[in-house]
Design a protein around this ligand. Structure first.
Ligand code: ZN
Length: 115
């Protein structure tokens, strides 16, 4: 995965649909910062653009220290649009990972059923 030119983070995401397809993404940074898109949103946008809307797992990795990376608040809400329950594998640079879930990281969330 490429290094973000500003943050120097290398972040990758692999999102699995409930039918087993895997869509990947990397962070795409922008000189104006605000338009930057995280790897998780790139993966989900690619999947949705291909017609997939149900997901069961996302793996997120980076090369940041020894700490497994977690999705930012914007990505948590973005992922929530298509799945209230999503398993998360938060991967360390050495390949080990921590299991989490969207419902744990975004409890009592707002979603499409509210509208
Ligand atoms: Zn994010």
């Amino acid at each position: 995965m490429p290094e973000g030119p500003y943050s120097k983070f290398r972040v990758g995401a692999a999102l699995r649909t409930t039918s087993g397809e895997v869509f990947t993404g990397c962070n795409i940074e922008n000189a104006a910062f605000t338009p930057t898109v995280c790897a998780e949103r790139v993966a989900m946008s690619t999947a949705v653009a291909a017609g997939f809307k149900t997901f069961d797992t996302i793996a997120i990795s980076s090369d940041v220290a020894d700490t497994p990376i977690v999705p930012c608040g914007v990505c948590r809400q973005f992922l929530r649009e298509f799945c209230k329950e999503l398993e998360m594998l938060l991967v360390r640079p050495d390949g080990t990972f921590v299991r989490s879930s969207l419902s744990k990281l975004l409890p009592e969330s707002f979603g499409p059923e509210w509208l």
